[in-house]
Design a protein around this ligand. Structure first.
Ligand code: ZN
Length: 331
């Protein structure tokens, strides 16, 4: 199995002086990534994007592209020949802790999507970071996915697959163990996922049709993240009866901050009995009330808006992998 070559800088004894935006010291390798990304200034990205073939990845000014091939050891992984300096976090937790570990998704304020070339010229893309770290309430640990600026659904799903496998107890040596020397908030069960780049297409000739994703920061919404066309969802019911089907939900635009919650009703060919009509009317009234309450101004306690602080029971529930993140209604 081919493995990335080049300087391996994850061992002990590395002076970690750089800090990322979250106050965490970064490894030399991560520092290199951040530094090179930062070197690609806004102007450079815009100039490149303007000159690129329209519609290609290179035409997306949010994406940083590193053209010169570089060596990173965290691109190839083999169960048969794991790299010694990487670990699996599985042994640090009980089965139950892993299965029920909450997941939070946040937008990174500093990192942007990076497309770069491996030593053999293969293109790679990194659009998200993944960590296991202490929860803000001190009650155990949580998975945390950070979405880079310009991240898309494929970037997110790659990390969700890692979360899923880790929850199931798969011991993959693809993580780095961290501690308080890395970040003040870290503990001895803090891990960062190192193999976050995935093989990618030539950004100058290819189109990426995966939709953009952003983390949800709306406290009343039942979703953790949204695709660009999505809406926040407060509540939803879908009813199918003989001859009559409807869906009612309370939603809000993810783009316009000031847009109020509204009731969305979808009815097709409703030929209902009085009882079915009563069910529909009852659901409409329920949603009307939910919508009204959600739009009432909050006077006293400010509603937490940082997704980080969402450690309530909704995040403690195991992810429903089969359905879209927005599909579940708030209980
Ligand atoms: Zn939302």
């Amino acid at each position: 199995m081919a493995r990335g070559v080049g300087a391996h800088e994850h061992g002990s004894g590395i002076l970690m002086t750089k800090k990322n935006a979250l106050g965490a010291a970064v490894t030399a390798a991560e520092g290199e990534i951040l530094e090179r990304t930062n070197h690609m200034s806004k102007l450079a990205r815009r100039t490149r994007a303007a000159g690129a073939r329209p519609g290609t990845i290179a035409a997306d000014r949010r994406v940083a592209i590193i053209d010169e091939p570089e060596s990173r050891d965290s691109i190839h992984y083999s169960d048969d020949a794991p790299i010694a300096s990487y670990v699996s976090p599985v042994a640090a937790f009980t089965e139950e802790e892993l299965e029920t570990m909450p997941l939070v998704v946040v937008d990174s304020t500093t990192s942007r999507v990076q497309v770069w070339r491996g030593p053999d010229g293969t293109w790679y893309r990194r659009g998200s970071w993944l960590r296991i770290q202490p929860r803000p309430d001190g009650e155990g640990s949580q998975f945390k996915i950070l979405l880079c600026k310009g991240a898309n659904l494929d970037d997110l799903e790659g990390m969700l697959q890692v979360v899923k496998r880790t929850r199931a107890g798969h011991r993959e040596q693809r993580w780095e163990k961290r501690g308080t020397d890395w970040a003040t908030w870290a503990d001895d069960r803090t891990f960062t996922f190192a193999f976050h780049s995935r093989p990618y297409a030539d950004p100058y000739t290819h189109v990426d049709r995966s939709p953009d994703v952003v983390a949800c920061t709306e406290p009343l919404c039942s979703a953790r993240w949204h695709e660009s066309w999505d809406v926040h969802q407060l509540d939803r019911t879908e009813v199918e009866m003989a001859g009559a089907a409807y869906e009612v939900r309370v939603t809000r635009s993810i783009d316009a901050v000031e847009s109020p919650w509204a009731v969305e009703v979808h009815i097709t060919d409703f030929i209902g009995t009085p009882g079915q009509v009563a069910a529909l009317v009852s659901d409409l009234q329920w949603m009307q009330e939910a919508c009204k309450r959600a739009n009432e101004p909050v006077a006293a306690d400010p509603v937490p808006t940082v997704a980080d602080s969402r450690t309530g029971p909704e995040n403690a529930a195991p992810i429903d992998w089969a359905s879209s993140p927005a599909a579940g209604a708030v209980a």
